[in-house]
Design a binder for this molecule. Structure first.
Ligand code: B12
Ligand code: SF4
Ligand code: SF4
Length: 399
């Protein structure tokens, strides 16, 4: 049986404001209900968009991004591109989007470990419990209350379905898509996780936020890998976040030095945004920063076996990416560390079962060990079966 509607909404189909089954003065406005439930669930901000107002422009830009290959090997973005370009392509009956933001603003400078080359730098979003696990149950709580109250179907999304979250968030007025392409909020700066509830209920929308980037271009200028072909556009293939988290193969040579000691994600463009000065540091208990993610020593990370890796990073996005990709990234940081004491440990990884680890180990050694030592190692590993690793040896001997 459908739940009894008890809130005032703009109902899909009749276009009229109604307060079904209750006298108007008893009916609770859907917007108030959402605001109350969102605050109780611990969200930092919530706004509402009318889905049909999104128009076709974000979808067209998304398809151009895919057509240009800028998504790299994120096949999952391409696979459902048609559905991703507009919420109604995925769910034709969706009328309203409730966009929720959860602040993860840091209380320290997120870039403070970048100059400490014997340590690794981990992006703020990954230095705590995986946000999918934190945001989704909270979204479900708000969605349940809304469904019970309106009697209309709902679906919740946090980065797990083909839905473009940022353009919807901008339409709802949570902030605007800055030149770094992420959503910037006047209150929370660049530090918001986004979550979305789509509903068939028609709820009065908020006003979109206008662009407050002005002539600023700090995020564009700081990017270590020149990943912005133009303001408001990102070529993911060049982005350190993509290269260290999403990319499956060897990291292309041209980016290795620029990656420095960033082993999981990158915050440079987010951290320099002047709007961050208004953000209050997050004190959300579920998002507490994990001590072991704060500038861990590269030597310690190289020594973690698979079991120790899983244990140390359990519950974080780092654990999800897997041990081999993690080691690949740590080896790039090791190669940039100038710390020759790491050489013996790196040598043991030349025998690792994953070719991306062996290949990155070759590169790290080419940066830290003497030419004669590299030549001797190359000879000892002349039986290498993987072509990409053999190419690494050739490059190492030539450098
Ligand atoms: C794929 C993806 C990535 C990719 C691609 C990033 C990107 N910018 O698209 C990679 C792996 C690189 C990535 C990195 C990061 N990500 Co990510 N990612 C996503 C994901 C899953 C899809 C985004 C997408 O559709 N990208 C495709 C491009 C085409 O979309 P777009 O940026 O919106 O493109 C717009 C602009 O280019 C604009 N545009 C193009 N030309 C022009 C011209 C003009 C004049 C204008 C005005 C606009 C404009 O129009 C396009 C359409 O709106 C979303 C979750 C989701 N489902 O939406 C999270 C998401 C965007 N990521 C998030 C985060 C936190 C990050 C990182 C900060 C993590 C980190 N610290 O390493 C970095 C930030 C890097 C950066 N500068 O963007 C958050 C961002 C939250 C926020 N406040 O915006 C999201 C929303 C996840 C979430 N639920 O919280 N991510
Ligand atoms: S996350 Fe880092 S690499 Fe990616 S666009 Fe921003 S500054 Fe550049
Ligand atoms: S750093 Fe400047 S240009 Fe970049 S998003 Fe922030 S305000 Fe906009």
């Amino acid at each position: 049986m459908a739940p009894t509607p008890a809130v005032r909404t703009r109902h899909a189909g009749d276009g009229a404001t109604r307060a079904a089954n209750t006298a108007p003065d008893e009916a609770m406005d859907a917007r108030l209900l959402i605001a109350r439930e969102a605050a109780a669930a611990g969200f930092s901000t919530v706004r509402i968009a009318r889905v049909s107002d999104l128009g076709g422009e974000p979808g067209r830009r998304f398809l151009a991004f895919i057509a240009d290959g800028q998504h790299g090997d994120m096949d999952w973005l391409e696979a459902k591109a048609e559905r991703r370009q507009h919420p109604n392509a995925m769910w034709p009956e969706a009328k309203s989007a409730i966009v929720l933001g959860l602040s993860y603003a840091p209380d320290d400078d997120p870039l403070r470990f970048l100059d400490q080359r014997d340590r690794a730098s981990i992006s703020v979003y990954a230095a705590r419990r995986d946000y999918h696990d934190v945001v989704k149950p909270r979204l479900k709580r708000v969605a349940r209350a809304l469904q019970t109250a309106t009697g209309e179907g709902v679906k919740v999304f946090v980065d797990t379905a083909p839905l473009m979250e940022k353009p919807l968030a901008a339409l709802a007025g949570l902030g605007w898509q800055g030149k770094h392409t992420n959503l910037v909020s006047r209150e929370h700066g660049s530090w918001l996780y986004l979550g979305i509830i789509l509903t068939r209920a028609e709820i009065a929308p908020d006003e979109p936020e206008s662009d407050h980037c002005g002539s600023c271009r700090r995020c564009l200028d700081i990017c270590p890998t020149a990943a912005f072909p133009a303001p408001y556009q990102l070529d993911a293939r060049r982005c350190i976040s993509y290269l260290t988290i999403e990319h499956k193969g060897p990291i292309p040579h041209e980016f290795r030095e620029a990656i420095g000691n960033r082993i999981f994600g990158c915050d440079d463009c987010l951290a320099v945004c002047p709007w961050n000065k208004f953000a209050q540091a997050s004190h959300d208990q579920q998002l507490a920063i994990r001590k072991e993610t704060q500038g861990p020593r590269i030597a310690d990370l190289l020594a973690l076996d698979d079991a120790a890796f899983r244990q140390r990073f359990s519950g974080t996005p780092i654990r999800r990416a897997g041990h081999a990709r993690f080691l690949r990234n740590v080896l790039i940081a090791a190669g940039n560390s100038a710390d020759t004491s790491l050489v013996p440990r790196i040598e043991t990884l030349l025998k690792h079962e994953a070719s991306i680890v062996r290949g990155a180990a070759v590169w790290a050694l080419s940066r830290l060990a003497s030419t004669t030592h590299v030549a001797a190692l190359a000879e000892a590993h002349a039986q290498e079966s993987d072509e990409t690793v053999r190419e690494e040896w050739t490059a190492a001997l030539a450098s």
